[in-house]
Design a protein around this ligand. Structure first.
Ligand SMILES: *Cc1c(COP(=O)(O)O)cnc(C)c1O
Length: 481
């Protein structure tokens, strides 16, 4: 059943809340604002009762798919469970009710949390300094590229390219282009890893750096990472790690240890702050010591003698300001809570469980689907629906049919180097029972492709909306309710 809009159930004069008596002198709006900024008539806001409002949003939320409802194996996006304690802490008035323009002496606790979170991220990645300002992973990438630019400018290097593997996330080439460089593609070898010979062929001193995801988007650890970083460093190029997916590495190994100079982290993936539905995100970046001076303004500093936290704006070599304030604060509180709750040992267990879950599920599915790369995976793995497509069930059909069984679909058709890709990331949150159920459903759908093909091709059948006619939506878009 479709849920009406609030405007459709609105009745003039109905009220959902009672305002207290006005205890200050009333003012005419026209005394406060210039006439051209005033409306001719009041805005058409819905007028509904409190229960109507609560039911409206509760109904919508139960139509929506979310990780509190069931498994959400969307590869590369790390849709792990977000512990509720994170939200409870972030809602404490001392965090939730501060104003970004408050004098620093009144927000010492806020700054201390920023400072300590940066220290924790340094410890986790091996980097020497962090900024929490970037508001998304892709924003972190852009900031990383800007730092590369500044570095080469100061070195007097003329550089043109940033190397990116053919398996890279789409944001990587986009950030490179926005940062004023050209993307130069390096091939993957038949094991799904960077082809070091190809890398050696394309490297020149026109290269500013390399952007590499590790584990890569196939869920595989780049085994030749030391050699790769040496090849780049030999021409004074910088290594950037797309660390959006740190879920397999926590407490086990660190980007700085295998030679990366810059990395971003996605707090909204690895550190369980909510995402999907538009964020807000957070993509802090960390750098090694010699790049610290280029980080964006301001930096958070701590004066031990005075026991005082402050913003430092006096950073002459900084790339400048990249965000209105110091990042999305609520996300910092959630990530900080998550890291502190788990502790060093807990984070390591988390990564081990993410790896075990992915390998277990992969093993359950290898008889049913093609597996283009056969070595053990890290936190995620990529299957191919090639066989299923030949029998009449495309990857897209399988993804839609999964919705009927109450599971969110995996990431599909990415990475681009795998045909009919299904990229599955179960995360550490899922139990063996849920993983078994998910594998069983995929096997059932595989059978349906032969036995009841229309069930698969016309799926989903049970969601509030059926499959959209994408061609029609493109040709005759109807954008009105
Ligand atoms: C999610 C992701 C990004 C981009 O992060 P956003 O916060 O969505 O901008 C970049 N690289 C990889 C590998 C990712 O999974």
């Amino acid at each position: 059943m479709s849920t009406p809009l609030l405007n459709e159930i609105s009745i003039p004069g109905k009220k959902g809340c009672a305002l207290p008596e006005c205890d200050v002198p009333e003012q005419e709006l026209s005394d406060l604002f210039p006439a051209e900024h005033l409306r001719d008539k009041p805005a058409e806001l819905p007028e509904v009762s409190e229960p109507e409002l609560v039911r409206h949003f509760t109904n919508l939320s139960s139509k929506n798919y979310h990780v509190d409802k069931n498994m959400y194996p969307l590869g590369s996006c790390t849709m792990k469970y977000n512990p509720k304690i994170n939200d409870a802490i972030a809602s404490l008035p001392g965090f939730a009710e501060v104003h970004p323009e408050q004098p620093v002496e009144t927000i010492q606790g806020v700054l201390q949390l920023y400072y300590e979170l940066e220290q924790l991220l340094c410890e986790i990645t091996g980097m020497d300094a962090f900024t929490l300002q970037p508001a998304a992973g892709s924003h972190g990438e852009l900031v990383g590229v800007m730092i590369m630019r500044k570095y080469h400018k100061m070195q007097g290097n003329k550089r043109k390219y940033i190397i990116i593997p053919d398996s890279a996330h789409g944001t990587n080439p986009a950030s490179v282009a926005m940062g004023g460089y050209e993307a130069l593609e390096v091939q993957s070898n038949d094991r799904g890893l960077v082809d070091v010979n190809d890398l050696k062929n394309i490297i020149t001193d026109d290269v500013a750096g390399m952007m590499l995801t590790n584990p890569n988007t196939l869920g595989l650890f780049e085994e030749d990472i030391r050699e790769i970083t040496d090849v780049l460093h030999d021409v004074d190029a910088l290594m950037y790690m797309d660390g959006a997916n740190m879920n397999a590495l926590l407490g086990i190994t660190r980007p700085a240890d295998f030679g990366f100079d810059i990395t971003h982290l996605n707090l909204h993936k690895t550190f369980s702050t909510p995402h999907g539905g538009g964020g807000p995100g957070s993509g802090p970046i960390g750098v090694v010591e010699h790049l610290k001076k280029f980080l964006p303004r301001p930096a958070i500093v701590y004066d031990e003698a005075q026991d005082f936290y402050d913003f430092d704006w006096e950073l002459p070599d900084s790339i400048g300001k990249i965000h209105g304030f110091y990042g999305n604060y609520g996300m910092m509180v959630r990530a900080y809570t998550y890291i502190r709750m788990l502790g060093a040992q807990g984070l390591k267990e988390l990564s081990k469980n993410a790896i075990i879950n992915a390998n277990y599920l992969r093993q359950q599915l290898t008889d049913t689907f093609d597996l283009p790369y056969t070595q053990h995976c890290m936190h995620e793995f990529v299957l191919s629906g090639n066989q299923q497509k030949k029998r009449g069930g495309k990857t897209q059909d399988i993804a839609k049919r999964l919705l009927d069984y109450g599971f969110h679909a995996p990431t599909i058709y990415f990475p681009l180097i795998v045909k009919e890709a299904l990229m599955i990331e179960p995360t550490e949150s899922e139990t063996k029972k849920t993983l078994d159920q998910f594998a069983d459903v995929l096997k059932t759908i595989d059978k349906e492709i032969d036995d009841t093909p229309e069930k698969v091709k016309e799926a989903p059948h049970t969601t509030p909306l059926r499959r959209l006619d994408e061609v029609k939506a493109n040709r005759e878009p109807n954008l009105r309710w």
